[in-house]
Write a protein that binds this ligand. Structure first.
Ligand code: PEP
Ligand code: MG
Length: 313
């Protein structure tokens, strides 16, 4: 029955008591993935991973070529929210044209926004391309976010670059320093998107690619949930959106817990949208809020997950 419900589910996503939930798709690269995501019931794109467009590009595509690629994603979602992430090259996603020295610890090295330290003008040219793609597609102030931000100075510098191009600036919350200083960061930007894959990796000091460490890189870890809660609370205080775009949002029970914490959007692989939609329809917002308050009092991942399942089934 559940499988049938998922197969036939239609958006927009909402809770049992009719509260609309912003359920969005993660898009892996350009046009093909965007069109596939557009046929899911996602309400837009919460994470466009631009670096995955360029995994085999030996030279940096021109601004015009980049604008064409980004424009394909905007045009697959006319009138909908599309959040473009600037290049998250480095570490597990090497992009040939983004110059990169050998590093002993690439996950702790020059990746994401840190590329601006070694690749002069790269980020500026990408922002020019995103602005041009927005203009070509009638998107007013496209949502743009930077990955791997760790300091308030970085957030301020990124927001200034966005302001020069009339882009709506946001940052990913992937480094625990951002959750710990969330109010200060939110004073600089217009939105947050929590990347639970990296936030978990960096909070737990465990490589997200390591299978023996899978119990550590589990977003049900209470320490990770506390960091998310701190971030969502800051968003509410500032009146600014705080989404989640990591794998955690694709877990139907965890999606309910995140909603209950006050997260304002959930972005996931397009293939997960319907399963999350079905689960959200089976619970009220109040039930999610109560469940999240209860599970936040747990001290192990196993207890947290088991209690959430019990309260939300
Ligand atoms: C994340 O870190 O959770 C995230 C969404 O970004 P990526 O998986 O592309 O690093
Ligand atoms: Mg990440």
């Amino acid at each position: 029955a559940r499988r049938e419900a998922i197969r036939t589910w239609r958006g927009p996503a909402q809770t049992k008591d009719g509260v609309l939930v912003d359920v969005l798709a993660n898009v892996q690269d350009g046009a093909g993935a965007a069109r596939a995501a557009a046929t899911s019931e996602a309400g837009g794109v919460g994470l466009f991973r631009t670096e995955l467009c360029f995994l085999s590009a030996q030279t940096e595509p021109s601004v015009a070529e980049q604008a064409r690629i980004y424009g394909e994603v905007f045009s697959a979602f006319p009138g909908k929210k599309v959040v473009v992430r600037t290049l998250d090259a480095g570490s597990d996603k090497p992009v040939p044209f983004a110059k990169h020295e050998h590093e002993e610890n690439p996950a702790l090295g020059v990746r994401g926004i840190r590329l601006w330290l070694t690749n002069e003008g790269l980020i500026e040219r990408q922002l020019d391309a995103i602005a041009a793609a927005g203009e070509d597609n009638g998107v007013e102030r496209p949502w743009v976010m930077a990955p791997m931000i760790a300091t308030v100075d970085e957030a301020r510098r990124f927001a200034a670059l966005c302001a020069e191009r009339d882009l709506k600036p946001g940052i990913m919350v992937e480094v625990p320093s951002v959750a710990l200083l969330a109010d200060e960061f939110l004073a600089e930007v217009e939105f947050f998107s929590i990347g639970t894959n990296d936030l978990t990796q960096y909070a737990m000091a465990a490589d997200r690619m390591s299978s023996p460490l899978a119990t550590l890189t589990d977003p049900w870890q209470p320490a990770v949930l506390r960091l998310i809660k701190m971030t969502a609370d800051a968003g509410r205080r500032a009146g600014k959106p705080v989404g989640v775009c990591g794998e955690a949002a694709a877990d139907p029970f965890l999606a309910c817990i995140l909603l209950g914490m006050g997260v304002t959007s959930l972005s996931m692989a397009a293939s997960a949208v319907a399963a999350v939609g079905v689960q959200l329809e089976s619970v009220t917002l109040e039930q999610c809020q109560e469940a999240s308050a209860e599970v936040l009092a747990m001290s192990t991942a196993a207890e947290t997950k088991a209690l959430a399942q019990e309260l939300l089934s």
